[in-house]
Each structure stands twice: as structure tokens, then as C-alpha cells.
Design a protein around this ligand. Sequence first.
Ligand SMILES: [Zn+2]
Length: 502
Amino acid sequence: MESGKRSSLALLPLFLSFLFYFDFSKKLPSSDCSLLPHNHYWIASKYIVTPNGTVSGAVEIKEGRIISVVAEENWHVNSWFTTVVNYGESVVMPGFIDVHAHLDDPGRSEWEGFPSGTKAAAAGGVTTLVDMPLNSAPSTVSEETLKLKVQAAEGRVYVDVGFWGGLVPENAENASSLERLLNAGVLGLKSFMVPSGINDFPMTTASHIKEALPTLARYKRPLLVHAEVLLDLDGKMELEDGVENARSYSTYLKTRPASMEEAAINQLITLSKDTRAGGSAEGAHLHIVHLSDARTSLNLIKEAKQRGDSLTVETCPHYLAFAAEDIPDGDTRFKCAPPIRDAANKEKLWDALLDGDIDMLSSDHSPSVPEMKLLDEGDFLKAWGGISSLQFVLPATWTHGRKYGITFEQLASWWSEKPAKLAGLTTKGAIAVGNQADIVVWEPDMEFDLDNDYPVHIKHPSISAYMGSRLSGKVLETFIISAMSLLVVPLTFLETTTWHDI
Ligand SMILES: [Zn+2]
């Protein structure tokens, strides 16, 4: 692309919303989105990433849907009469779908909130996100609390938003309350096998999960699991003696060894065998969130998948970008659970992702107020655990992944296609005829510094581990067809997902 085109693009607003102006404009949370008053247009590029490979050509969009994808040699459009947005050599991909974000609204909107969180998503090329049932207050564990979530989001979001419900002991032991939550439109459930750190979101044991699986099987919705369990750790004794330095990341790492993940996954795969074809929970699906241990835990998952269990796993960019050895003393921006492990483990995570053993990526964007990160004290044991990354997942994955030769098609698979399948979003996740025209346009070679001048939209940029770094892969535009959709899906409209397609 010639430099003149580049600079004119830089002047465009960061993201555009293609809406029917008169129908929806009044519902936008503010005037930051640009509205293109066209309902029929083409997006052209040398690099359009589709499920059938990357093509040079154009995508035709009408009334918010993709109606054709045409290779350059077959594309005959008179641009005098038709609206064409030509991106030259910039990459046109399906919008990212983040199935793991904590927007903390209602109740803890000072931590993030729907307006800032979804604006950051749009600026980063994420066109749909599924909000976690914690750390809002109350947690989303019932039909009533889901209503509060929807009310908090209504008219305050810049991208499409769906919701996971929480599986907690109270509803795990009460099938009718679980059914009411599923009927109310959550896309699936999430549970913790360790204390979550949130009082109204208690942990579930393997027996709670076992109890809930038949209900999930009937509804064909997934259960996402935070897979760590508490162990009696020798290392903890040392900490109690005050021998260890809480400002050292290695101290924190000792408190959450890989054996915690391994033990949880060992329990889970005794349950996931029921999800096989012909099993007592056929139709249910287990999804392990934010895997960090690429050694024994990953092998257990691989073996269970090979046996035919309905099981998938995600990891997050921070496990692929950072290594424990490099985390400076006291820099609690890097604290999360499970923890970031050593550099050799990071290499193995990349191998697993490239081999298809890890199915997809998510942000696990989990902010708090800066005070809770204890950045002055730098105490890794007391600081809030959670990495803020929602706006940076595309460049972070690309910057660190290009060393491993990742392709645009792989990015689209990890961040759009497979997340869409997990969440049952059948008209999203790919640039394909019939799908919603959620699209991100980005420049792979454009580098930028995440410094104080960079327009960051997450509520508390100072707590993000990515601030201060240089990334490549700049998002130019994000096309969102209906920046208002709350993906609360009544059961009757949910199309059946075949989990084994993931
Ligand atoms: Zn999380």
C-alpha cells in the first residue's frame, strides 16, 4: 500500500460501526463510532482471510450479512456506482471473539465496566465477547442475577456481548434453578475448582460438576472450568515461616505449582468420559480455561480427546508472551492464576497451539482497581491476580506468534472460528456467506509503542502487563454490524452445536 493511503487511514476514527443509521444511532452509547450510511458495500483487500484460505479480492456485505466473497480476478464492480472500502494490503479477518472476559459490571464497574471494556474490545478488533459470571456483584448465578447483568449492559456496549452463567454448589444441587438460568439465555456455564476469590462465587468440586453434566447435556451448552485444585504444599510452609520474599515472582509461582492444574484435570477427565458418544452425559461439553501447564496437564487433555471425550482447552496470550524468569521483582501486573510459568513451558504451549492440541485463545481480561494490584508494595502474594489485556490480544498474539511462523488462518481459527463454536454462535467466526459482517482490518507490519500517548480504552491502563512494550500488528478498523446485541439466547433459538467439530 502506498504511504498516502496509510496516512489517510490513520486519520479515520479508530473503529467504525456499520449500522442502519436511523434504526440504531440513538442507541449508541456515545458518538465515538462512525456510522457508514450504506447497507450494501464491498470491503476489498489483497488479504481476506476465509475458512478456505486467504484470498485477494472483496467481501460483499448487505444489511449486515456477508453475501459473497469474490477473488480479485472474478470481481467486476464499478466503484462509481457501488460503495467500496479498499484496504490494499491490510489484512481483513473475521472479528475476534473473546470467550473469556471479566467486565465486572454491575457492582464493580470501577474495575472495568461495559462501556470501557467493550470500547477497548472494539479498538482491539474484538467484535464479540462473552462476559464471565464473576467479578460483577452479584455474580451471575441465577435467572435474577442474569437480568441484572443484561440491564447493566443494555445501551452501554460497543460490541456484541454474551454471558456465561456461574455453576456454584447451590445451583449444581438444584437442577430446576440451573434450568432457569440456562433458559434465561446464558451461553453456557463457568465454574471454579479452587476458591475464586469472590465471596458469592464459591468453588465447585468434581461431584458438583458431575451432578450438573446431565442438565448441560440436555441443553447442549458447555461448562468452562477453572482447573486448579488446592494441594497441601510444602512450599506454603516455608512462606508461613516468612523465609520467602513476596516481591519475588518465584515465590508466587511456588504457591501455584503445575501439580494444581494436573490434579484438577485428572479429576475432570474422569467426568469427561461421560460426554463420549453413548455416554451418560453425551451432549455436554467441558472446556478448560486458561491452561498454563504445558507438560503433564496437556498430555492428560490430549489423551482424553483421543478417547473421544467432548473436551476443549484454551490458553491466553500472556502465557505465550511472558516467561516467569523475566518477570521483574514487585511487578504484580504479571500476577494471574494459574501463573505464568518458565520459558521452556511457554515453548511447549506454542508447540501445542501450533499442533492443534490447544484449541483456541482467550484474553482472560481480569482487571481490578489499581490499588488492589499493590504496585508500590509489589507483594505478589497479596496483590489481585488478573491480567488486563482486552485491547491488545491481536497484536500480542501476532507479535509473539510470528516468531513461530503463525499464519492469518491460524489466528482466525484460534480467535474467531473455534470460540464461535464453543459459544454456539453459528453466524459468527468466519468470513463466509451468510455470516454477520463482523470484521477486523489490521496491518501486520505496523509497529507501535504502548506508551502514555497510545489511546488505551481499558479503564486502568497502568495495571496492564503490556504497557511499556512495543507490539506489531495494528488494528485499523473494526466493523460491527449491530453494536447493541446482547446475545441472550432463548433455548428455542439456539442451534445445536456439534462439539466434535471444534
Ligand atoms: Zn477468568
